[in-house]
Design a binder for this molecule. Sequence first.
Ligand code: TRP
Length: 471
Amino acid sequence: MTVTAATGEHWSSRAAFLLAAIGSAVGLGNLWRFPAEAGSNGGGAFILVYVLCVVLIGLPILLSEVVIGREGSQSAVGSARGLALQSGRTPAWSALAWVGMIGAYMILTFYSVIAGWVIYYIWLFGGDFLSALAAGNPGAGAFANMDIDTIRGQLDSLFASPLRLIALHGLFMAITAYFVARGIKSGIEIAANFLMPLFFLLFIGITVYAIVTGDFEQAAKFLFSFDLEKALSGPVMLSALGQAFFSLSLGSALMITYGAYASRDVNLGNTSLIIAAADTSVALIAGLAIFPIVFAVGMAPDAGPTLMFQTLPAAFHSMPGGSLIGLLFFILVLCAALTSSVALLEAPTAFAIDRMRIARVPAAIVLAVTAFAVGCLSALSFNTMATVYPLDFIPIFAGQNIFGVMDGVSGKILLPLSGLLTALFIGWAADRRIVDADTGLSPTMFVLWRFLVAWLCPLALAAILIFGLRG
Ligand code: TRP
């Protein structure tokens, strides 16, 4: 059977597919969230559980998603529906993709807000670097004329301006829409081909800088010492699994969408392994880039979400060449965020093209504008709407503003639900003859994969859902 993607597009090579998929996986989740979570969940304990979640649950689901995509060769919803029909099952299995796509779209709305802050920090550090250059002292620390509290306060002064928050969010969304509107080969691939190498270059450079000039010993002790009791506690395991899902872009229709653009000769088993390994390495190395700097200036590792936007900039104050390093660091974060947001927008755009017959350019624009509008509510959650709690009557969302609700509904409910349905579909419902032919796994790995998808993944994902919903 010859199948072409209904969007009519394909990756130009296996490398292009890999780079785009890694670009989607590596993002704010690795750089902003992972170090923050590891920092507040006890370092090594969290990391140990995280890696197990990636190997035992993330990787099997990742392979399942790309298999669904390549078999269906349409948008995520069309692919899941197609494979269900080919397997003689109800097309209602496409729910797995619907749930994921809605999750991806919700993530896009707030992802762009955070990426907007990143742009702001590029601007701050850029200005500071230029004035350090003008003063003939580029080797000094960042923000030489400010004290630590003023540097930390930069985030709050950004939050104090709704207009700035919204403009930065809009700017980032516009750039995202531009790449998606240009299509797979001349938009998404170009973004990945240019931004990912730049990302890796900066990433290696900053990690080396952090290890050489920072307190590597203490960072390594913090990251790699593990406390088994803490690691095996319920909340740590659940947040590690949720983080693994988010970081690998799973349960959000994306790996199905990108899998659909892959040609027949790509070995999906190997490809999934490379994607998961790259994403996990970036998360772990991000810890080695950030914590030595934080420890070098004696700051606390457990600041949570403000680690990157308050602790780190303050730490650059006393690091040599701090303003240049800070500037490069935030450029790196922006590269990673952009290849992810492009993927977040591509999943619903492919759906609009394939199931609603809308042309790519208007589809991408309308979806981006709507996501921008909804995202403004998340942007204002750091300002005038900080204490608007839309789902206050639901216990797990009590006291969460719109940003928190968007993050919570997608991360705690939609992504794991989509993952659960995917595991049940591939593990139990899809036609084995079709799926088996497509994985490229050796016989032993194949048996292991089937076992994990049919048994362990559904149980673990059901656990996140149940405990997530009960708070
Ligand atoms: N993996 C991305 C990150 O780590 C976030 C993400 C979740 C994502 N689901 C996605 C990105 C779907 C693209 C598509 O930042």
